[in-house]
Design a protein around this ligand. Structure first.
Ligand SMILES: [Zn+2]
Length: 390
């Protein structure tokens, strides 16, 4: 599954219309083609069954059937995580996604799909290019949600030893340096092409110290701006070792970007410009579509708001009243506020940064939005990325 397809699935889930039937959302850890924590899953399903009655209970049972079918026969041996969404009734819905990265075991039933863990996966395991360099070989790997693909392999052509015959040592050295430059330039050109064609935002360099330094110097500015980390470990050649370390480096860079977004949010709030904080203001800004980035703490757990089924009004900052304050209808349901905000963000293609352990974000209520600048002066939160070297 490529990133456009993955984003398409999230957007479809975020725009799925509500019906009278519940959606079962399952996030699951799988291994060797099977569910890893079967007992935990069964226990959670039993708990959910106890919460539904009558027609809803029947629909719930029917929605379970395709989930069990998927789990018994369709999980790939190489998958580590699966996300499954199922609904029965007049507008049935079923979607099963599999990933090369694990997901927590987490099951819920609500009137709309729960997308938090997919958004988190998109934020955390985005995608990057890993360039592994040794003196004689440059390998380019793409890592997409944990899936690794070899994009390019360049080997340095053999250099004939002609010292002592027609060449002096100096001549040989100069010749070797020129060949190394050509070898690096050629790989860097291919790298830039793959990164812009595939829309990759992050690059991680790994391998031999002097070669990574040469490659870094040869990067054109556009590619250099996307450098997220360097792993220096001469002699390290095992692909899986480099990949797992590069994923760590990437996650670290990504977490730093999320923290930067939280820092920028605080800065803008103090400066009184282009930012809002707190549940109510963020929800309002998201509905108005003025948001550039939604910044949310991973601890964000607001109290439920309410939604009017008749007029679609959503309120986040108060408990459910007897009648809708907008139209007077009594058809009100609880609103899962965090999900409502993520849905709005995904429907509008707004960037979401999930931030772990940020005191700055905690002070302002665990959620906030960077607002769009006026047309013509759009900035970006991703410039001037600091590069971690290991
Ligand atoms: Zn209403």
């Amino acid at each position: 599954m490529d990133i456009a397809e993955f984003q398409g699935h999230i957007r479809n889930l975020a725009t799925l219309p509500r019906t009278e039937a519940p959606v079962i959302s399952c996030y699951l850890r799988v291994q060797d083609g099977h569910l890893r924590h079967r007992r935990l899953f069964d226990k959670r399903i039993e708990e959910l069954k106890r919460c539904v009655a009558g027609k809803t209970a029947e629909r719930f049972e029917r929605a379970l059937v395709p989930i069990e079918r998927f789990l018994s026969a369709e999980v790939h041996g190489s998958s580590k995580g699966a996300a499954v969404f199922s609904r029965e009734g007049h507008q049935p819905y079923f979607l099963a996604l599999q990933f090369a990265v694990p997901l927590p075991t987490w099951v819920t039933a609500d009137m709309l799909p729960n997308i938090y863990h997919l958004v988190e996966l998109k934020d955390k395991y985005w995608r990057f290019i890993l360039l592994v360099c040794s003196r004689d070989e440059i390998r380019m790997l793409s890592v997409n949600l944990g899936k690794v693909t070899l994009e390019l392999l360049r080997q340095r052509p053999e250099l004939r030893r002609r010292v002592g015959r027609e060449w002096t040592k100096e001549h040989y050295r100069a010749h070797r340096a020129a060949r190394t430059r050509r070898f690096v330039d050629d790989a860097v050109n291919a790298l830039s092409e793959v990164m812009s064609a595939g829309g990759y935002d992050h690059l991680i360099l790994a391998g031999d110290r002097s070669m990574t330094a040469l490659v870094r110097r040869a990067l054109p500015p556009r590619t250099a701006a996307r450098l997220a980390g360097i792993i220096r470990n001469p002699g390290m050649t095992e692909a899986c070792d480099v990949v797992s370390r590069s994923i760590e480096a990437f996650i670290e860079a990504e977490e730093k970007e999320s923290c930067d977004a939280a820092g920028m949010l605080e800065e803008r709030l103090l400066g009184g410009g282009l930012a809002v904080a707190g549940t109510r203001a963020s929800h309002f800004a998201l509905r108005r579509g003025r948001v550039q980035t939604l910044v949310m703490s991973t601890d964000y757990a607001p109290r439920p708001g309410w939604l009017c089924v008749s007029c679609r009004v959503e309120r986040t900052a108060e408990g459910r009243p007897k009648r809708c304050r907008a139209c007077g209808s009594r058809s009100l349901v609880d609103l899962e506020v965090r999900e409502a905000m993520l849905r709005l963000a995904e429907q509008r293609g707004i960037q979401v940064e999930l931030v772990r352990d940020s005191a700055a974000l905690r002070r302002i209520g665990d959620v906030g939005c960077l607002l769009q600048q006026h047309p013509g002066s759009r900035g970006t939160t991703r410039r001037n990325r600091a590069v971690t070297e290991r």
